[in-house]
Design a protein around this ligand. Structure first.
Ligand code: NI
Length: 184
């Protein structure tokens, strides 16, 4: 496994529509290595998700979540997203109910901004073996999937911000959070 270099904003690969993963590619050493490398890279950089274009591969493939502590039954909720690999993910249903919350991106390092997203989505995709899967995600997980799938269309979260005033350096945000805590 190799930790790959993450493309940052300004790199054209982040602005291209990713090509679909074809049935012929599934299970090949090349695709298997890419998936393993993406998981390794996501862990190394400390992200909650990663899309293939972020590692310079313009393919419709995302990895999200984290390894659960030996509990495969663990549900997707606001604190935990189990490790999920999706090929060709498409959002087939968005809730009309929206929520605004903070997002960051490994391709836009050291910054965060507030983005309005649907609170629930339904996703159609294939797993790493090519099997069709349907995922229903809510809350934080729904936000993570929407963010990662946007990458496959060349969209960054900053494109979805409707008020750039929240766009902030993480070091300023954590300083403010500390100050807020001290004055409580
Ligand atoms: Ni991102």
């Amino acid at each position: 496994m190799t930790i790959r270099k993450v493309a940052v904003m300004g790199n054209p690969v982040l602005r291209k529509k990713a090509a679909p993963v074809t049935p012929e590619m599934i299970g090949t050493p090349k695709l298997t290595a890419l998936i393993e490398d993406m998981i390794e890279t996501q862990k190394e950089y400390g992200g909650i998700g990663l899309a293939a274009p972020q590692v310079h591969e313009s393919l419709a493939l995302i990895v999200v979540g984290m390894d659960s502590a030996g509990d495969d039954e663990m549900e997707m909720d606001d604190n935990h997203i189990p490790r999920t690999v999706l090929l060709n993910p498409k959002i087939t249903d968005f809730s009309t109910q929206m929520e605004t919350d903070w997002e960051g991106c490994l391709s836009v390092p050291e910054l965060s901004g507030q983005v309005k997203r649907s609170v629930a989505v339904t996703i159609q995709a294939q797993d790493s073996t090519g099997k069709d899967v349907q995922i229903k995600a809510e809350g934080w997980a729904a936000r993570v999937f929407q963010h990662e799938i946007d990458h496959l269309y060349g969209i960054l979260y900053i494109d979805r911000m409707n008020d750039m005033k929240s766009f902030s350096f993480n070091r300023e945000l954590s300083r403010r959070q500390l100050e807020d805590r001290e004055t409580e």
